[in-house]
Design a protein around this ligand. Structure first.
Ligand code: HEM
Ligand SMILES: *[C@@H]1O[C@H](CO)[C@@H](O)[C@H](O)[C@H]1NC(C)=O
Ligand SMILES: *[C@@H]1O[C@H](CO)[C@@H](O)[C@H](O)[C@H]1NC(C)=O
Length: 333
């Protein structure tokens, strides 16, 4: 008898275990980044978490219809630095000014006070259970649905970070004039494919931007900027000087900036993308066909946005004993 047994002599169980080990080793059975998140994470520990978040967001939307945009951008800026871990909410004294929100890249971030208020409510309902990172993700998800976008199911169970760094935000949050190469690097590193990377930028269907983020393209000549000249003239009326005199003006991201729809892609195709990167996506040979597809097919956009959203909001999360559930979202326990 030869010592190396051929495969078919092993018991079915042993063969199954061997394949299981190979599959696990290659990460086939467990998606690498959302491994420990679960769709029913709060089923027993805080069953009403989602409706609590939805009601709070709804209350804010009634007085400020631009709020959904703020929650959606908050999620991106949280996830972009150290992963989706509520590191953007830390601002307490011991950190001595070295926290993400102090970075100029977080200029214009709004509605953090609502997240703090939701946390306060949830601490009464289910003390010590729901992380601030999950509240940010749920507020963004609810915001998309309330604005007319898809109702996306997201897995939960993120833990909160114990650190936050201003420098990390300076480096990690992309400026509005990034290239398509950099854009794809940002999202491919989170597991989004090309189509999903174009879809997640469809978040710019909501909200707006301040003049400081667009004046460069209005007053400096930019080679191959496909901006529509009439649109440019209109923006110059809203943002009349290269160095803005105030930060009060906000220019809408697309024609229907309160509604989650596919007008962003239609605008971008007509040279009416607000930021340089929005416009660049309409002429890059990799992204342009996808922009065209989403401009023509809202349901395809919603479908791909949904899978992109789950990937973005599950990227680099802390789970189980990594991280904590903060008692107050702006300070570590
Ligand atoms: C990676 C490329 C991205 C760049 C360069 C970028 C850049 C910007 C800039 C410069 C603003 C204007 C901020 C202001 O002046 O107040 C903005 C607004 C916004 N961004 Fe992005 N963004 C990117 C990706 C995303 C993603 C992935 C999301 C969400 C999933 C997002 C959601 C938003 C929303 C909703 C607003 C409007 C915010 C408001 O009205 O308060 N962005 N973005
Ligand atoms: C973006 O703008 C900044 C500041 O205006 C400039 O230093 C940088 O080179 C620009 N980056 C790209 C990729 O155009
Ligand atoms: C506008 O905001 C930017 C970024 O925080 C800041 O650097 C600039 O000084 C502000 N400008 C005015 C006029 O307040």
């Amino acid at each position: 008898m030869s010592k190396t047994q051929p495969l078919y002599h092993r018991s079915p169980f042993a063969i199954f275990m061997m394949f299981l080990r190979i599959a696990l080793g290659m990460g086939i059975l467990v998606g690498a980044c959302e491994a420990q998140l679960a769709y029913d994470y709060y089923k027993f520990s805080c069953p009403n978490v989602e409706s609590t978040v939805r009601n709070a967001v709804l209350g804010v939307v009634l007085t400020d219809p631009t709020a959904p945009a703020a929650f959606l951008r908050l999620l991106f800026h949280d996830c972009q630095v150290q992963g989706c871990d509520a590191s953007i909410l830390l601002d307490s004294k011991p950190l001595n000014g070295n926290f993400e929100i102090a970075s100029r890249m977080n200029f214009g971030i709004r509605k953090m006070e609502t997240i703090h208020r939701i946390k306060y409510k949830l601490e009464a309902e289910c003390p010590g259970r729901v992380s601030c990172a999950d509240i940010i993700a749920l507020a963004a998800k609810v915001s998309v649905a309330l604005s007319g976008g898809p109702n996306i199911q997201i897995p939960l169970g993120r833990k909160d970070s114990t650190t936050s760094s201003r420098h990390a935000a300076d480096v990690k949050i992309p400026p509005p004039n990034i290239t398509v190469d950099t854009l794809l690097d940002v999202f491919v590193s989170k597991g989004l494919n090309l189509e999903e990377s174009v879809a997640i930028m469809g978040a710019h269907t909501l909200g707006g931007g301040h003049c400081i983020n667009i004046v460069d393209r209005l007053f400096d000549w930019q080679p191959d900027d496909p901006m529509n000249p009439t649109f440019k003239a209109m923006l110059r009326l809203l943002c009349p000087t290269q160095k803005p005199l105030t930060n009060l003006t906000i220019v809408p991201n697309d024609k229907t900036s309160l509604a989650f729809d596919n007008y962003y892609y239609k605008d971008v195709l007509m040279g009416k993308g607000l930021f340089t990167i929005d416009s660049r996506m309409s002429i890059d040979r990799r992204t342009a066909p996808i922009v065209t597809e989403f401009a023509a097919n809202k349901y395809r956009f919603f479908q791909v946005f949904s899978s992109a959203f789950v990937k973005l909001s599950s990227s680099n999360v802390l789970t189980n004993d990594k991280g904590e559930v903060r008692r107050k979202c702006n300070q570590v326990n």
